[in-house]
Design a binder for this molecule. Sequence first.
Ligand code: GLU
Length: 295
Amino acid sequence: MMNQPVFRFAPSPNGHLHLGHAYSALLNQKIARESGGKLLLRIEDIDTTRCTPELESQMLQDLEWIGFEWDEAPRRQSQHFGEYRDYLEKLDKMDLIYPATMSRSEIKKFITSYEDQDKSWPRDPDGSPIYPGKERDFDTQSREEILQSAQPYALRFNTQKALKLYSERLSWHETNGLKTEQVFAHPNNWGDVILARKDTPTSYHLCCVIDDAIQDITNVVRGKDLYEATSIHVLLQKILVLPAPLYHHHKLIVDDKNQKLSKSKKHKSLKELRASGFTANDVLELLNLSDQKAL
Ligand code: GLU
């Protein structure tokens, strides 16, 4: 008998859920049910300032309201920092991470002055500049000085060095429910991503792949906005010897101006829709999940 597939919905309680989250949650649920799979909820709350108990409690209420039913107790990432630290140490032992000190505003200043000379600086798939700092080449002593100093730093992934460990092209399997294909990964497009910060032993990329492995996730169903990030996830899985799930990056729910819904832009949250008289059934009808097939 084939192993039971395991799905997860992994929201961050750093704002209110909107229709895009409802779509992702209910699509996971639909495919999990149709394939006899297990459905897990993971609370991605590593940003302990922006993720509050109030937002988490509202998130759980919203999920219950739309009829999302998860199996097992949710995994809350803020309770697993020790596990992420262990994996980070592995990467450190392989000399694949380094402390980098340029702040967001310093990076911005650097890029602006560079681009003022009519040149363009490379961007990652999300549009952020590739990290321009030089600490990757620092020796042990200079790195130690940063780690011991009072200044903030991020631990960045030496992506190129990591890629050099493999002679084969990295790839993942992507399905849309009807057909599955091999997609080649391009981790270099991201430059040296942040894997942890001085005060937080993980970033989204790192804990996402660790948790998918720890929770035995076989099928990652999430929005297309994370399609490109999969390139980094695949490289991390390879290095940390973690299993690779099957990916299904689904369409994004957009507004009438074709803008992706977001917590920060003023799109109506599920809470607001409910308060304005929407029923859970109205939400379901609006999302029209029936055009999505099982894996
Ligand atoms: N926490 C992420 C979000 O809310 C989702 C991560 C994932 O599904 O891999 O966008």
